[in-house]
Design a protein around this ligand. Structure first.
Ligand code: FPP
Length: 276
């Protein structure tokens, strides 16, 4: 955090926000639904794909800010299993942008010790996209700083189905299928994100109050933060504001606020049930 503050100017709002962040309570994993590219473009009477292109800058600045802050993992929803329904030229532009991003950013990822991973049904990606993605993942595999998960051809339900099938397949190979009992650990350890902690903070841009099939299992206890800002306008300031808001929340995981437990149950409020 000290190193991060040194990159900021005290007269900037980001400096003030960064000062308000407690480094000991940073979200370990931030997940983002990057929404609003189309609306950003429509408001400027530009084609939708111009919004996607303008969405690259915030990807870059968010990755950099998370790395500097000391966040451990960042998961970005880049392409959902449902996004194939979009016009072909829009889908093709998204693949082109992804390849452009990988080429442009690889040196920066290496310099900042950032590890790239892709999650989703990657086998369905066009071959050149897949090859470039695999190469970037391999090139950064030994980095030890921020882990960036790009969710591509990703769906939360599909991920759970894939995890269950992986468990079944393993049991079949081991000959233990008849005795198999599913439990939460078995599913969690077979998700695409098994190697990182569940997200603490889920950010969605452009004001929609939806989860859109993103990380359904992993966000069970995540804090949700929705901003009206459209993704292409999302800046480091927006990210810092989300982290400050997150740190003001009290996470209870189904328990009670400290000091909120009251006296043993009062039978005048809820009469005891007879045995009949
Ligand atoms: C949602 O906006 C955004 C997407 C479907 C794609 C996200 C892609 C990028 C941010 C650019 C490239 C990303 C990487 C990782 C290189 P929308 O089109 O649904 O917006 P709308 O709801 O306003 O129509």
């Amino acid at each position: 955090m000290k190193a991060f503050l040194e990159t900021l100017r005290p007269e900037d709002r980001d400096w003030e926000l960064a000062q308000a962040i407690d480094p000991a309570r940073l979200p370990e994993h931030i997940a983002i639904i990057m929404d609003g590219n189309g609306r950003w473009a429509e408001r400027r009477r530009l084609p939708r794909v111009a919004g996607h292109k303008a969405g690259i800058g915030p990807v870059r600045s968010t990755v950099e800010a998370c790395a500097r802050l000391g966040v451990k993992a960042l998961t970005l929803y880049a392409f959902s299993v449902e996004n194939w329904k979009r016009p072909r030229h829009e889908v093709e532009t998204l693949w082109r942008l992804l390849r452009y991003y990988l080429r442009q950013e690889l040196p920066e990822l290496q310099k900042n010790d950032i590890r790239l991973q892709a999650i989703g049904r990657l086998e369905a990606l066009p071959e050149p996209v897949r090859a470039e993605l695999d190469a970037a993942v391999e090139a950064t595999a030994n980095n030890r700083g921020l882990l960036v998960n790009l969710a591509i051809n990703y769906g939360g339900r599909a991920e759970i189905v894939d995890a269950v099938n992986a468990v079944l397949e393993m049991a079949r190979l081991e000959g233990s299928l008849a005795a198999l009992r599913m439990d939460e650990d078995l599913i969690a350890t077979n998700l695409y994100t098994a190697a990182c902690p569940d997200p603490d903070l889920l950010i969605r841009t452009s004001g929609e109050m939806r989860i859109s099939n993103f990380l359904l299992w992993q966000i069970a206890y995540a804090e949700l933060y929705v901003t009206e800002t459209l993704w292409p306008d999302f800046t480091r300031t927006d990210l810092l504001e989300a982290v400050v808001a997150y740190q003001k929340r009290e996470r209870r995981y189904g328990g009670l606020r400290a000091g909120a437990a009251d006296a043993p149950s009062d039978e005048t409020l809820i009469p005891a049930l007879g045995s009949s």
